[in-house]
Write a protein that binds this ligand. Structure first.
Ligand SMILES: *[C@@H]1O[C@H](CO)[C@@H](O)[C@H](O)[C@H]1NC(C)=O
Ligand SMILES: *[C@@H]1O[C@H](CO)[C@@H](O)[C@H](O)[C@H]1NC(C)=O
Ligand SMILES: *[C@@H]1O[C@H](CO)[C@@H](O)[C@H](O)[C@H]1NC(C)=O
Ligand SMILES: *[C@@H]1O[C@H](CO)[C@@H](O)[C@H](O)[C@H]1NC(C)=O
Length: 381
């Protein structure tokens, strides 16, 4: 199956947007003291002289973050962090380039035979998918194997992981018995928290009175001694309003994890970085990588799982959030965690290979298979 995701003209526009409008998505903070309240714009970088800015660069991780200084209040009075909106400007001509089903995510039918015959033992594997074709340019690498395939709806990994089936809530609970599962990341990781709390009757989500999108969340199964937590990643997280003191970085959070063989740490950070120059993402991943290495040094038995990006349904809104951006970020993610003792959940290939449509939040059958991969790392026997 061949899909045109973007013609090259679109990629030119996407590249330009990313470089020329890095503040295409902006954020807002409310500052308050007594009865005085002011809202200003925030971002990874802002164009203004130092004295016009509040510098909220994280002292611990070095992650940059700035807001315009309020007129009457001081920087310490920042209360909230929230998404602001979109600034990205496309010309009318450019907009025409991004039409779903016209020149974006269009299926390209075969001009001749549309079926292939699979021989029992192909001579030299010549399989190719969006990821391996685009990431590698030599003839040699086009021959790389895919990460796996679905057989009767069940994901079979080709990286040596034996993916087991955890079809019942009892099977999942048995695997997680006595374990702590910490989930960190964006909404695609929150989906896993929701999947677990919805499918395990014994796992009760506490009402921590935290915002629905952001969390943090906590769920406990006292009978099986299972603890599951979710916390979203730090700015530029593009969620609804949250207290500024909850906008925390995964690297700092990881440093407070005790770890060990009963701890599983799951990390998924990608979608909210699309609109920024790639350096912002690289810096974030490097700081997470350092924290993962510290954790694995301190508590070597800890299972660390990284979720990759996945392709989405593209609309014109997605000019801010195109698969093309995700693909670049996905390459960087895989490269940065090479050689670190982490397990990948290859969300990219697990979404591409499935017959269900591409979606930022893949549908349940795909999520179930992803959870099976995680549990297979936790409970290989
Ligand atoms: C912001 O603060 C960080 C560390 O606290 C510092 O390294 C950086 O230079 C500051 N940036 C600006 C623009 O003030
Ligand atoms: C493959 O497609 C051709 C042409 O459409 C058709 O004649 C042939 O029967 C197909 N083979 C199989 C195995 O479906
Ligand atoms: C790929 O293989 C073809 C035919 O064997 C050859 O002509 C071409 O130069 C190769 N391309 C690269 C990038 O190696
Ligand atoms: C789990 O469910 C899948 C899909 O329904 C099925 O193919 C598989 O055989 C089941 N596995 C077990 C161990 O029950």
């Amino acid at each position: 199956k061949v899909t045109l995701v973007h013609p090259s003209e679109e990629v030119t526009v996407l590249r330009k947007l990313n470089l020329e409008q890095p503040d295409g998505i902006y954020f807002q903070s409310i500052f308050r003291s007594g009865r005085v309240s002011e809202t200003t714009t925030c971002n990874v970088c802002l164009k203004a002289p130092k004295e016009k800015l509040c510098n909220f660069t994280d002292r611990y991780t070095g992650e940059p973050w700035f807001c315009y200084k309020p007129k009457k209040l001081n920087c310490d009075s920042r209360l909230t962090h929230a998404k602001g909106g979109f600034n990205k400007k496309l010309t009318r001509m450019e907009e025409k380039l991004f039409q779903s089903g016209v020149n974006m995510k269009v299926s390209i039918p075969a001009s001749g035979l549309s079926n292939i015959t699979i021989s029992p033992k192909p001579q030299g594997l010549f399989l190719c998918n969006l990821h391996s074709c685009l990431t590698e340019e030599t003839n040699q690498s086009i021959k790389t194997k895919p990460a796996g395939y679905y057989y009767q709806g069940v994901w079979r990994a080709l990286d040596g992981t034996r993916v087991l089936q955890f079809n019942t809530s009892t099977a999942v609970s048995q695997c997680l018995k006595g374990k702590v599962l910490h989930l960190y990341g964006d909404s695609t990781i929150r989906q896993w928290f929701e999947y677990l709390t919805e499918s395990l009757p014994g796992l009760k989500k506490f009402d921590l009175k935290t915002p629905k999108q952001n969390g943090p969340f906590l769920a406990l199964d006292p009978e099986n001694n299972i603890l599951v937590t979710f916390r979203c990643h730090g700015p530029p997280i593009r969620f609804g309003t949250m207290p500024a003191n909850q906008a925390r970085y995964i690297a700092s959070e990881l440093d407070s994890v005790i770890g060990g063989k009963d701890t599983v740490v799951v990390i998924g950070v990608w979608s909210h970085f699309s609109t920024f120059p790639i350096e912002v993402y690289i810096q974030r991943l490097l700081s997470i990588r350092r924290a993962v290495v510290r954790l694995l040094t301190k508590a070597p038995g800890t299972v660390v799982i990284i979720r990759t990006a996945n392709p989405k349904a593209l609309t014109v809104y997605e000019t801010t959030n195109s698969d093309w951006y995700s693909l670049q970020r996905d390459k960087v993610l895989r490269e940065i965690f090479k050689g670190v003792n982490v397990q990948l959940v290859d969300a990219w290939e697990m979404t591409i290979a499935h017959h269900l449509p591409h979606s930022l939040h893949p549908q349940l059958p795909i999520i179930k298979n992803m959870i099976d991969v995680i549990l297979s790392h936790r409970c290989p026997a």
